[in-house]
Design a protein around this ligand. Structure first.
Ligand code: SF4
Length: 468
């Protein structure tokens, strides 16, 4: 049996129905992105280079921007917490809730919360925690995990969702009309919003200058969650900072276009602290929990550029590997090209368990081309492959390259091998009793070897030029 990479195994086993959903969903997002970006900007590349530079600058001075953000947030009446690990963040959030006797909350989509497995933790501690993003809500009902950053249920179709609603009693009958599904979810969720005492959100950006938290959604679910709640807790990765409010314009212009092909998402909220006395509703108390969870280690590594990521998912949509295998194949919160870099890095000591992810790429470079913050993802994948090699981590499905390295770095051996290689044309290697070789050759036809001809040609040219 040939040793396969895990992602290959997922890609082989994924049902055709799921794969079709992923491929068509990703392709539609990529097409929309392309149309809207090139229609609106003469040179979108300039904009993404600028965004990359702003993020790069922020990461280089992250310590001082974090200090500035803390002061700005506190000036706005926000309580600021720093969580070094996922466990610290969970404990902080739980103690805020318990101290206030809160047992019911709604949650607006947050990848950071997925990363630290916040939901099961809160539920285990007696807190009713309801996802309010439609996709995440369905994921919660199915006891599933997201497979895409922006479209968590890209792997599901409306028939599956209709069956889930019927099974869970959200709907009395089976109806797979998308509008009916949405209407039913809305009726169910609106009642839950009114019962919730707190809301947990993520944060797309925080301006260090003003302490404004920016939330970008299409369903307005964070707004709904916030209106009746008394407490708002935002869990935000430390890399989500931008220096000034002016910078937000650059990122908001790029985020919607890159994520869903919209010029701007339907709801863009700028939250400057808890409600004041003139406002009729909204949280009276606001907390921001800054999550580290390995990010400072990434910052110190040679892959720090990945922290520029604004979670737009454009790289997932365009990646041929992601499209074939779907997000679950990446076995971590972040899938696709961004996940292939970020997940092994955030895994810390568990790096070996995800060290195969950077190898599941053809290095075609499409991810780098679409990335709105110009992250050189293929370079980072290579750096992680190098790290895995140095740490001697076994990688299934990868052919051993050391014999080739010896050959390529020993000129005499190389010359001999090239001269001998012509003999390969006459050897029946297709019938060699080596199973992996047979499987490999079963999918390809080897070209005819021309070994050694280049040297002969080059030498003859040099001789000619000397004679003339
Ligand atoms: S790596 Fe770039 S393209 Fe991929 S999600 Fe992050 S910002 Fe978007």
């Amino acid at each position: 049996m040939i040793d396969h990479q895990l992602i290959d195994t997922y890609a082989r086993e994924i049902s055709e129905e799921k794969q079709t959903s992923v491929i068509s969903g990703s392709a539609a997002s990529t097409d929309k992105r392309y149309t809207v970006l090139f229609k609106d900007y003469e040179n979108p590349d300039e904009l993404r280079k600028l965004a990359g530079k702003i993020k790069d600058h922020t990461l280089h001075h992250l310590d001082s921007y974090l200090e500035q953000a803390e002061v700005s947030l506190q000036r706005n009446g926000v309580q600021v917490h720093f969580a070094d690990t996922g466990d610290d963040a969970k404990a902080t959030i739980l103690s805020i809730l318990k101290d206030r006797g809160i047992s019911k909350l709604t949650k607006s989509k947050s990848m950071a919360a997925e990363e630290i497995h916040l939901n099961p933790y809160l539920i285990e501690h007696g807190i009713e925690c309801l996802e309010s993003d439609l996709g995440e809500f369905i994921i919660q009902l199915d006891d599933d995990v997201p497979s895409h950053i922006v479209r968590p249920i890209i792997h599901k179709n409306r028939r599956e969702i209709a069956r889930t609603f019927q099974r869970e009693g959200i709907a009395a009958d089976y109806n797979d009309d998308p509008e009916t599904i949405t209407r039913r979810a809305r009726v169910f969720l609106r009642e839950k919003y009114m019962q919730a005492e707190a809301v947990i959100t993520g944060g797309n950006f925080i301006s260090a200058e003003s302490g404004r938290l920016v939330l970008v959604t299409n369903e307005g679910n964070s707004r709904f969650g916030m209106a009746p709640s008394k407490v708002h807790i935002a869990l935000v990765g430390i890399e989500k900072l931008v220096p000034t409010d002016k910078d937000l314009a650059v990122f908001l212009n790029l985020l919607g276009r890159s994520a869903t092909g919209q010029q701007l998402t339907v709801y863009t909220e700028f939250i400057s602290g808890p409600k004041d006395t003139s406002q009729p509703s909204g949280p009276e108390e606001m907390h921001v929990v800054f999550l580290n969870n390995g990010r400072t280690d990434v910052l110190e590594s040679n892959c720090r550029e990945i922290l520029r990521c604004i979670r737009c998912s454009a790289c997932q949509n365009v990646c041929p590997v992601y499209r074939q295998a779907s997000g679950h194949a990446y076995r971590a919160t972040y899938g696709g090209p961004v996940g292939a870099v970020l997940s092994p890095l955030l895994a810390g000591k568990e790096f070996p368990e995800l060290a195969d992810l950077p190898k599941a790429s053809s290095l075609c470079g499409a991810c780098n081309e679409v990335c709105p913050v110009d992250i050189p993802i293929p370079d980072l994948l290579l750096r992680l492959r190098d790290k895995a090699k140095r740490e001697k981590i076994h990688s299934p499905g990868a052919p051993p390259m050391s014999p080739f390295a010896t050959l390529a770095t020993t000129p005499s051996l190389w010359r001999t091998a090239m001269t001998m290689s012509k003999a390969m044309n006459h050897l029946p290697i297709q019938v060699a009793p080596v199973k992996p070789l047979q499987e490999w050759l079963g999918q390809r036809t080897l070209p005819e070897w021309h070994g050694g001809d280049f040297r002969k040609w080059f030498n003859s040219r040099s001789n000619k030029s000397k004679q003339s």
